[in-house]
Write a protein that binds this ligand. Structure first.
Ligand code: NAI
Length: 393
């Protein structure tokens, strides 16, 4: 019988339970026996005591791991928190430093997100959402459902990392002209699909479709704003599966009200945290901007579901349990994240290369500071440290 590890899951949904239980049975984790406790509650100061008696805590995007939660978990003997997502802006990395190790799933299925972006686009373009409701009501009229051929139109992709590249390839396959924008252009990729890197302004002025696939950083917060929305074509369909904060939603609402763009497909919303992932159908929604967005017939909103495919859920469970297994076996914890990872120390190697983890309770004063480049959804320290190497290929 292998070692038994008790994991407390917070903010659990039925699909989490299904995929984690299924994945734990695969025998992939070298005899470790996982015992899961699934809590519906989000992790907070009030719910953190539920983790007592568990070795590991598993959290998602809306669980808050601040200093008070860290203290409660550490006092209850929790040594590892695993995020079943890529982003970690909900974790206070300074508070957890030298108290609790934190690991995440850096990438799961970029195809899932890119394909969802395409679904939003094609649905809006051909008004499938309207047609679906009409035919169910016995209304077979076509007026108001006129779309446009995507073939021959221009797609603009902002952020050509893992997801943006897949989206760009699909747009190219539709026979669209593809314009690209990234801080670190990949010219070989552009040449391969017959696309072109252009300035942000050129992309905004020429695209009939714009899809956002860059991370939310202080620099690109509201990259779609009042000013940029004055540059775009009236034929524009704007797609956002990146992060809500990339768009100034109030400016978008104004553009939609004035008919200055053709539509918007949004999987993310800047104030999504309170509403997304939950059933609010029997409650009044108090967010007036969200309510206004939902009223536009040419806005399609999904609640951060772009990642939600069987393949992605399976990969999230596999990597998360793999992170736990590495930690249990004392192996290198490849997907650990830490406060020091955001500090760039030229020419030095990562402490993890030596100890296996970002910090260790053993004496580390002689060890170097981490220089690993980081994922774009990066934590940045409040004292103005250099940001991590976002997007460096
Ligand atoms: P990635 O790291 O592979 O690519 C991001 C790209 O954006 C990089 O090439 C980077 O250089 C570029 N970039 C950064 N700042 C930029 C700027 N200001 N202008 C232009 N380009 C910029 O990331 P990946 O995996 O493609 O994910 C992209 C984003 O998708 C994530 O940051 C996340 O916010 C979002 N996402 C959404 C999901 C959903 O379910 N809706 C699921 C997973 C990710």
């Amino acid at each position: 019988m292998g070692k038994t590890i008790k994991i407390a899951f917070f903010d659990t949904k039925p699909y989490d339970r299904l995929w984690f239980e299924k994945t734990a049975q695969t025998g992939e984790f070298g005899g470790i026996v996982f015992q899961f406790s699934f809590f519906d509650a989000k992790l907070s100061r009030e719910t953190a005591p539920l983790a007592a008696g568990h070795d590991v805590v598993c959290i998602f995007v809306n669980d808050h791991m601040d200093s008070s939660v860290t203290e409660i978990l550490a006092d209850n003997g929790v040594e590892l928190v695993v995020l079943r997502c890529a982003g970690y802006n909900n974790v206070d990395l300074e508070a957890v430093w030298e108290r609790i190790h934190v690991a995440r799933v850096p990438a799961y299925s970029p195809h899932a997100v890119a394909e969802h972006a395409v679904s939003l686009l094609t649905t809006l373009n051909r008004r499938i959402h309207t047609a679906y409701n009409r035919t169910r009501d016995g209304n077979f009229a076509l007026s108001g459902l006129v779309g446009r051929d995507l073939h021959g139109q221009t797609a603009g992709v902002i952020g050509t990392g893992k997801i943006g590249k897949i989206f760009a390839r699909i747009m190219s396959g539709f026979g669209m002209k593809v314009l690209l924008d990234d801080l670190y252009p990949d010219q070989a990729f552009a040449t391969e699909i017959g696309a072109h890197y252009v300035s942000r302004e050129e992309l905004l002025r020429n695209a009939d479709v714009i899809s956002l696939h860059c991370p939310l950083t202080p620099e690109n917060r509201y990259l779609i704003n009042e000013e940029s929305l004055t540059l775009v074509k009236r034929s524009l369909i704007l797609i956002n599966t990146g992060r809500g904060g990339l768009i100034d939603t109030r400016a978008l609402v104004e553009a939609l009200k004035e008919g200055r763009i053709r539509g918007a497909g949004l999987d993310v919303y800047e104030e999504e945290e309170h509403y997304f992932f939950e059933d609010w159908s029997m409650e009044p929604i108090k967010d007036d901007v969200l309510v206004r967005l939902l009223q536009f017939p040419n806005v399609l909103l999904t609640s951060h579901q772009a990642f939600l495919t069987e393949e992605a859920l399976s990969e999230i469970a596999r990597v998360t349990l793999g992170n736990v297994a590495s930690w249990v076996r004392g192996e290198k914890l490849e997907n650990e994240i830490c406060y020091q990872c955001t500090r760039i120390a030229e020419g030095k190697t990562c402490v993890r290369e030596v100890t296996g983890t970002c910090w260790s309770k053993a004496n580390t004063t002689e060890l170097p500071v981490c220089t690993r480049s980081f994922d774009p959804e990066s934590h940045r320290s409040e004292d103005g440290d250099e940001p991590c190497n976002d997007g460096v290929k």
